[in-house]
Design a protein around this ligand. Structure first.
Ligand SMILES: [Zn+2]
Length: 230
């Protein structure tokens, strides 16, 4: 049998884009993971041109093709993420955009996989091995080490930009923010911010105060560049 990887999946094999000869296995999932492609990254599969699934038996055809798409979320289901301990800056970016994002600096692999499975969260990780765990159904390997590139890549692969609700969630603890009285916000904000800012929000859990600063504008410019952005 031969394997051909398309789109973003080419990243997982150094002979990207070419057709590779490979050994069979009990299922296409085993076969592709043997070639280095974690199963949650595979968005579509074909065997000799016909649609197939990860559970399909391997060895039934001569050419297996696998590829990626821009992921969409089922109707009525909000985008939710869980991130590994290497992705703290990305977690803050996603929270600033209002996405429910679980992140903690102490996050064992077993916890990340379980939370992803139990809460139907997209597991974003820098650790390819984590995505080989069988209970993980939704996942994405973050390729870049740079937070802004990481966010751009996540927005490119997941059609979530249109669902962003900026400044609705605490960057520190993921709690939904509530509006703060203008007088209280002004009393607490730095002098330069007091000159122009007229809208503040507060986290009911950790009491942190938030407003739209320069960082926010830069991030929104990145989101606006995505298809389907508001
Ligand atoms: Zn908070």
């Amino acid at each position: 049998m031969r394997l051909r990887l398309h789109g973003e999946l080419r990243f997982f094999n150094p002979r990207a884009g070419r057709t590779l000869a490979f050994q069979g296995g009990p299922s296409l999932k085993h076969l592709l993971e043997g070639a280095g492609v974690p199963h949650p990254e595979i968005d579509w599969l074909r065997v000799d041109g016909l649609a197939a699934s990860l559970d399909s038996p391997a060895g039934a055809g001569t050419l297996v093709e696998a590829g990626s798409v821009v992921r969409v979320q089922p109707a009525g289901e909000p985008w939710r993420f869980v991130l590994d301990c290497h992705l703290g800056r990305l977690a803050k970016h996603l929270r600033l955009l209002g996405f429910d994002t679980r992140f903690q600096t102490d996050s064992p692999d077993g916890w990340l996989a379980r939370i992803s499975a139990e809460e139907d969260r997209w597991l974003l990780t820098r650790d390819r091995a984590l995505l080989f765990r069988s209970i993980v159904r939704r996942g994405y390997l973050v390729r870049s080490p740079t937070p802004r590139e990481q966010l751009a890549a996540v927005l490119a692969r997941h059609a979530c930009a249109a669902s962003a609700q900026p400044l609705s969630r605490c960057l520190a603890c993921n709690e939904p923010l509530v509006p703060e009285r203008l007088e209280s916000g002004l009393a607490e904000a730095p002098p330069k911010t007091r000159l122009w800012c007229r809208e503040f929000r507060r986290c009911p859990a950790c009491r942190k105060l938030f407003w739209k600063g320069a960082h926010f504008d830069r991030l929104m410019a990145l989101v606006a560049a995505r298809p389907g952005a508001p």
